[in-house]
Design a binder for this molecule. Structure first.
Ligand code: NOJ
Ligand code: CA
Length: 703
């Protein structure tokens, strides 16, 4: 690591005895100023060129011990350093990531007798700022309870924001777009229809929070490396400065405390990405850079992959998770009578294995294979699933053998029904069962209220649970995909086996609720995906649910071509081809794109983007000369004028364009698509028409 230590700070003693220290980003466009006020309070300012991003944002803590860290703090020392190096992720959007920042670290000390110490470390990158608090080892602070974190973001105005309500328990909301002053979290769309809401305030929102100023500056607030601490949500100020101040609101536990810590301790990083280009927000790697390197030494067993699954058929009501077909029945397993609608039967799973094997898809997810589904939903019951007992019509051994003979892996499913305590107790037996039966990836789920009762999905206790699951699965060489966890904060750098999470409103909502509006997928990369890959489950070809039942009104709010584009725009090293295999059989020409598209990349070029409107991304497949493009739009149709300048000069390629048909429309005609072939090189510019709610997917291969 190239690290240059130097003292860059400038002392500015003003008449009021404020002390301020300034650093600039390596490209000099962003400026961070730490200001120690005359009353001994730590604050900070952030500028992008001449525009204020944050002005006099508060820093500090209330802790149970005493006065905490608010005012009357002496400034003990200030130092700065510079880092510029590169590192290689195990998998990712690019092969090599540059970590380049200037650091300013300040140490503060209480002036009273306890003289507690607090360090604040700022890292300023070209695309934004990260800062965290550090409680050093010290004689007068050992175990302590955080009552509140005082970090605030004093914005330069009442910005436009893409937000979901500040809910401790779920992030499965559609996004609202409004001025910050107009946030009304209580009025915002229904959450999950399957979980309990705990929206903490009418003016509460979750991170990653995407904002745009009147002057066209893009600002994104999130956090990195959420370890042993609750998630940060944000409260929007009301009153005279309505909408211009965001205050951190860390999620409490069952008795109202925020975090139980022991010094030395470092908090997660608070991260502000800022740029005058929306594409820079997507290209930022600050959150990854602020996470610790891989804790797993041998990572050869971690394999980016695509998978199909006995899954969507339950969501659309064609089959059931449970064997007896009677949710709430008191009998399970062998005592129960089969309903004939059970999805996870040996024969049905074989059908998916056959399809996967024929089409080069590595995994088959199977849900509803184990007992408990009769009695899991909405009960807040501690003991439901044991994660090792299959239903009588699911033959674990036979399927293990069958999948192996076809070169396919079955992906395990562990629905915990929110009973994390039960899952904790059973993790070892569940993971051993997996290894003994040929499974090396698991999808977990946390539907419903959490047990221990009174804890929330986003509190410290559950954050520790999700992280423990990542560490435990790593110990067993198991890849992890978590549904309903706290939203990610870049921990997949440290635990590269934690390949994806849901943690937002996924495609499943289109099967059984009012769904995800056409703009949804143009917002997610600027919000949820800032923290890490999402298991969105794209690839639904049978767009309207009346295909399964004429009475059904639900539908996917995109065209079929847009579903293909999501494999590129919705980054994940674990991508599901979510539809039923029989639906793919009907459109094998379109399925060819899913078959071909890569899930791991050498490089990524963000061609154009505007949150809530459109997004075009090009990616180069890892270790190959093939490129893939995804272009999507919201409910308004548009033409994506795609420049192929990202291609190396002097080489010719064929581009296979999977696009919306002439009269395609997400609502009226979603399944109309065309496949065209054109020759392209670095000088090509190709206009591609995207239908309302539409998209295009392009496979570019060398000639
Ligand atoms: C919600 C998950 O997001 C979904 O993928 C899963 O099928 C159900 N829970 C049942 O576990
Ligand atoms: Ca879910």
């Amino acid at each position: 690591m190239k690290t240059v230590f130097s003292i860059l700070v400038v002392f500015i003693y003003s008449f009021s005895f404020s002390q301020s220290y300034t650093i600039s980003s390596p490209d000099k466009r962003i400026r961070l100023e730490f200001v120690h006020t005359p009353v001994g309070q730590p604050t900070y300012n952030l500028h992008f060129q001449q525009q204020a991003v944050v002005s006099i944002g508060a820093l500090g803590f209330l802790i149970n011990e005493d006065k905490g860290f608010v005012r009357h703090l002496a400034l003990v020392s200030v130092d700065s350093s510079f880092v510029d190096n590169n590192w290689e992720p195990v998998w990712g959007e690019e092969r090599s990531i540059r970590n380049n920042y200037r650091q300013l670290a300040v140490t503060l000390q209480q002036k009273d007798e306890k003289q507690l110490l607090l360090r604040i470390v700022f890292r300023l990158f070209d695309k934004g700022l990260g800062f965290r608090y550090e409680f050093p080892q010290q004689p007068n602070l050992q175990y302590f309870v955080v009552k509140d974190e005082l970090t605030s973001f004093v914005l330069g105005g009442d910005h436009k924001a893409w937000w979901i309500p500040g809910d401790y328990d779920t992030n499965e909301y559609p996004y609202s777009v409004s001025k910050l002053s107009e946030v009304d979290a209580f009025a915002a769309g229904n959450a999950t229809e399957i979980s309990t809401r705990k929206v903490f305030a009418a003016k509460g929102v979750q991170t990653p929070l995407m904002m745009k100023t009147d002057k066209g500056l893009y600002i994104n607030i999130h956090e990195a490396a959420l370890v042993n601490y609750p998630a940060m949500q944000l409260e929007v100020e009301t009153g005279t400065n309505a909408g211009t101040v965001l205050k951190s609101h860390i999620v409490p536990d069952a008795v109202g405390n925020k975090a139980y810590l022991k010094a030395p301790f470092n908090t997660p990083w608070r991260v502000i990405n800022v740029s005058d280009k929306a594409t820079d927000i997507l290209a930022s790697r600050i959150i990854l850079n602020l996470n610790e390197p891989s804790a797993i030494k041998n990572t050869s067993w971690i394999k980016p992959q695509k998978f199909v699954g006995v899954w969507w058929e339950m969501h659309v009501g064609k089959s059931t998770w449970d064997y007896a077909g009677t949710q709430n029945a008191s009998t399970t397993g062998a005592e129960a009578k089969p309903s004939g609608k059970h999805g996870a039967t040996t024969a049905n799973v074989k059908r998916y294995i056959d399809f996967a094997s024929k089409n080069g898809i590595q995994g088959v997810l199977v849900e509803g294979w184990n007992t408990g589904w009769e009695d899991w939903f909405g009960k807040w019951k501690e003991e439901v699933f044991d994660f090792v007992t299959p239903y009588p019509d699911y033959d674990v051994k036979e399927l293990h053998q069958y999948a192996a003979s076809k070169g396919v892996k079955i992906i395990m499913h562990h629905e915990t029904s929110g009973s994390a305590t039960n899952y904790d107790r059973r993790m070892d037996s569940a993971y051993r069962f997996m290894k003994n039966n040929g499974y090396d990836a698991v999808k977990t789920g946390y539907v419903g209220k959490i047990i221990p009762r009174g804890e929330w999905h986003d509190g410290q206790w559950m954050v520790n649970h999700y992280n423990r699951a990542a560490e435990k699965t790593a110990g067993y060489e198991i890849m992890l995909d978590a549904h309903e966890p706290v939203r990610p904060t870049g921990l997949h750098r440290t635990w590269p086996n934690w390949m994806a999470s849901e943690a937002a409103r996924g495609n499943e909502f289109n099967a059984w609720s009012k769904g995800n509006p056409p703009a949804h997928e143009t917002i997610l990369p600027f919000t949820r995906l800032m923290g890490g890959p999402m298991d969105y489950t794209p690839g639904i070809f049978e767009i309207k649910m009346n295909a399964y039942d004429p009475a059904k009104k639900e539908q996917v709010h995109t065209t079929l071509a847009k579903q293909l584009a999501l494999y590129v725009t919705m980054y994940s090293p674990l991508q599901m081809a979510a539809d039923l295999v029989e639906n793919y059989e009907k459109h094998l020409d379109a399925f060819e794109f899913i078959k071909q598209v890569a899930v791991d990349w050498d490089s990524t070029v963000y061609l154009e983007a505007e949150p809530g409107s459109y997004l075009t991304i090009a990616r180069k497949a890892k270790g190959k000369n093939d490129w893939f493009i995804g272009a999507i739009t919201n409910e308004a149709g548009r033409t994506a004028n795609i420049s192929f300048a990202f291609l190396p000069a002097g080489k010719e390629y064929e581009a296979i364009i999977y696009k919306d048909g002439k009269d395609a429309n997400w609502e009226k005609n979603p399944k109309a698509y065309e496949i065209a072939k054109v020759k392209v090189n670095t000088k090509s510019k190709v206009p591609v028409i995207l239908a309302p709610g539409g998209g295009a997917a392009i496979h570019i291969r060398p000639l």
